[in-house]
Design a protein around this ligand. Structure first.
Ligand SMILES: Nc1ncnc2c1ncn2[C@@H]1O[C@H](COP(=O)(O)OP(=O)(O)OP(=O)(O)O)[C@@H](O)[C@H]1O
Ligand SMILES: [Mg+2]
Length: 289
């Protein structure tokens, strides 16, 4: 899988290098969590790496988004819009069902580029456009399928309620459909640690399972703290674990041993969490003996 950088400072190593190209990512958070800022950073990164980008706003109008981008220190957004490497689709106030089934469909059919980035901010009004769960799923599936033809998709989702625990029903369907889910847990009324980022899932990729503090910094946008993640990076091959496996080689069928050798070699201790090396070896041996 080819990785592309998110544009969010500190985040890429937590996703083993970035998000997978041509995948769909959902960024979920309450009001003020930094969803639009995240989407702008994602698009900015794409444009700076020479990709074509599309920003679909279903809520704020073009001027508002530009103002936010400029406030974040990104004056060049105007140049990208002028030269049309950045296309802005303002769908705020539209009939979303019709927009997805017709306008977006035609837009994608006419699209000539390859490997673009597309941000949809926020996806929530689409969910509200239809009441029936089945129809909601169908519409979102269609939206993601259409946009994925254009390239790598990032959509944001509003999280309502005060719990910030992803239990709200408005986020459930897109969470299942997306390849990667990032939660921006923002508790406005809490103290200094009121912003925490958690990667909920990322298909076909290793990712950090920790909670990471993040800040929104003027001119930079979201900056995610890696914490002690650096100390337990993937690259430290678990030498002790390999030795234990080698010791138990005779207890495993030959093909299994070869495969396990390859698998364990690329593991990191962070993936094992509290599972100790002897414990893991015991489970493997038990499974095949
Ligand atoms: N220039 C800036 N400097 C520092 N912090 C900023 C700046 N701009 C925005 N922020 C922070 O980012 C927050 C808003 O971020 P953003 O608009 O991305 O959130 P959102 O999740 O999209 O919110 P909503 O759901 O209301 O659209 C602000 O409340 C503020 O804390
Ligand atoms: Mg927003």
């Amino acid at each position: 899988m080819k990785k592309i950088k998110t544009g969010v400072f500190g985040l890429n190593p937590l996703l083993d290098g970035g998000i997978n190209e041509n995948s769909t990512t959902a960024v979920i958070g309450s009001s003020g969590a930094g969803k639009t800022t995240f989407a702008i950073q994602f698009i900015r990164k794409g444009l700076e790496s020479g990709q074509e980008c599309i920003f679909v706003s279903l809520d704020e109008n073009k001027e508002q988004i530009i103002r936010e981008a400029v406030e974040m220190g990104w004056e060049e957004i105007m140049d990208y819009l002028k030269e049309e490497t950045l296309v802005f689709i303002d769908a705020s106030g539209k009939d979303f069902s019709n927009f997805i089934r017709k306008e977006l469909h035609e837009f994608v059919a006419d699209w000539k580029g390859v490997g673009a980035r597309i941000a949809i901010d926020p996806l929530t009004p689409v969910i509200w456009a239809v009441e029936n769960n089945y129809e909601q799923r169908e519409l979102i599936t269609m939206l993601l399928k259409q946009t994925r033809k254009v390239g790598t998709v990032l959509c944001t989702l509003e999280e309502h309620g005060t719990e910030s625990d992803l239990s709200g029903k408005e986020t459930i369907i897109p969470m299942y459909l997306a390849d990667c889910v990032i939660h921006l847990r923002y508790k406005a009324m809490e103290g200094p640690k009121n912003r925490m980022l958690k990667i909920v899932k990322c298909r076909n990729s290793w990712h950090s399972e920790d909670f990471h503090q993040y800040r929104i910094i003027s001119g930079l946008g979201l900056v995610v703290q890696q914490g002690d993640f650096e100390k337990k990076t993937k690259k430290e091959a678990p030498a002790e674990l390999m030795k234990m496996l080698e010791k138990n080689a005779t207890l495993l069928p030959e093909g299994v041993y070869t495969k396990m050798h390859k698998t364990l070699k690329s593991l990191s201790d962070s993936e094992l969490g509290d599972i100790t090396h002897p414990e893991l070896i015991r489970y493997i041996v038990d499974e095949y003996s």
